[in-house]
Ligand binder design. Sequence first.
Ligand code: 6R9
Length: 571
Amino acid sequence: MDMQRIPARKGNHNLRQYEEMRASFKWEDIHQKFSWNETGKVNIAYEAIDRHAENPLKKDQIALLYSAPGREETLTFEEISKQSNQFANVLKKYGVNKGDRVFLFMPRSPEFYVTFFGILKTGAIAGPLFEAFMEQAVRDRLQDSEARMLITTPELLERVPQDELPNLEKIVLVGGNLEDSGKYIDFTKEMADASDAFDIEWVDLEDGMLLHYTSGSTGKPKGVYHVHNAMIQHYATGEWVLDLKEDDIYWCTADPGWVTGTSYGIFAPWLHGVTNVIRGGRFTPEDWYETLAKNKVTVWYTAPTALRMLVSAGEDLVKTFDLSSLRHIMSVGEPLNPEVITWGLKAFDLRIHDTWWMTETGAQLIVNLPSEEIRPGSMGKPIPGIEATIVDNEGNEIPPNQMGNLAIKAGWPSMMRQIWNNPGKYESYFINGWYVSGDSAYRDEDGYFWFQGRLDDVINTSGERVGPFEVESKLIEHPAVAEAGVIGKPDPQRGEIIKAFITLNPGYEESSELLEDIRKFVKTELAAHAAPREIEVRDSIPKTRSGKIMRRLLKSWELGLPTGDTSTLEE
Ligand code: 6R9
């Protein structure tokens, strides 16, 4: 087969239909599919869960097919609906109102999904956090969002610096056996007392629903604010890109602390009423295949890092599992290597469809559609309703085959509506009516987009977005570290690894113990995925005259590349 072009397979629509949609589709066309068409009021929790629970033919269908080491459980649409009603009543009892921020900090578990929808049903804004976050990461997010309530587990509680969170009124503890006292609310006990009927808070399409914190190249992580309206695009891409049909068994491997784990781990599948596989815990390649085989997964959404891990595990392993149910695979988060696509054709006899989008975009924008030819190495084309282009630094469109900044015509349904508490930052994303992504890319004559890299210093390690500034700030909190500069270093398995350059304070000598101690410090205070895999001690860190760390220069040195313009380098 010609690796440059992988022919289309069958999808929900054929190519001609997509081309027609690209020419004439309007997002408003999707509105008719939802109840707000009549009432003008909406709640994404109703459309994703309660709507199916009200349907006699759907209510007993398994919505959540959960497994983790030591725990297997299923929940039907009716069960999630009732349990999230119960939890919404608990939240109301403790004074949660529309617009309040309620955060979730716990492992993937049935309780995560129940409490998540409970939050949305009250009209409050949900803020999911990665379970792996350590104290500093938790503090930054809860402080910035002024969260009133947090749902967590007794094990994770020690990472919540309660003294420094004046707005945090209550903490719901899932698991354990705590007496209700003062700040703590016992989940199990409260749920047992709560009614499973709840008057859902009907909100406007533009009302807030979700805050996802994500990293930029400077400053603290920023709160990307999404509204209920996003569901229009979650629904549409669920049909076009995920290719969902009602009897699908769908698995998205992403954690809900990441936008992929909410938009495509929660909303898109359940808006379509499919059975959603959730796998908790850490995985080996065997676990991945077993999850696919045992649950007879039909549609699978994963990431290049995971796929590369499977490639390394070899073709013999995949052949020992019955994966005959699988019919559609997608990837997101990092560039999808053509080698992985080639391997997918051999291992699964399926194409792997790349999808491009960001926390800020809320849903997929540039994709390989099932009925469209794939050009390995390209992210594909914009979905219907989306206009994408390449712009220069002034926001002017540039011709095909020239590299520039990937930009999207502002105004799509799932676009972020705010950066929490930071209107200036929000404005800085837009120029001439374009949302400018910060990814460099080019577009070929046929309209396929080709990713080239990040234009800023943001690191993408195993698909996780890490801001160098956060890691540098943490590093210099270590008593031995005077200054730090952090870069992403290319890595065949992880995309990039985090490499830190540091200078030491007087009185400290370089040793492998010290470097390991510094690494551990970042790991335990910030997050495991943010800990540098490599640390290099230097006499100085290159800085501009205005004192900014020149990460670009560090990177050039690391890669043995020309250093370019160093005129702003401090002597
Ligand atoms: C959904 C998500 C966004 C950044 C984005 C880009 C990179 C995402 C990609 C991709 C190459 C793809 N990225 N998808 N790079 N090919 N298909 O990943 O959100 O965590 O905010 O990251 O990830 O650099 O700008 P987020």
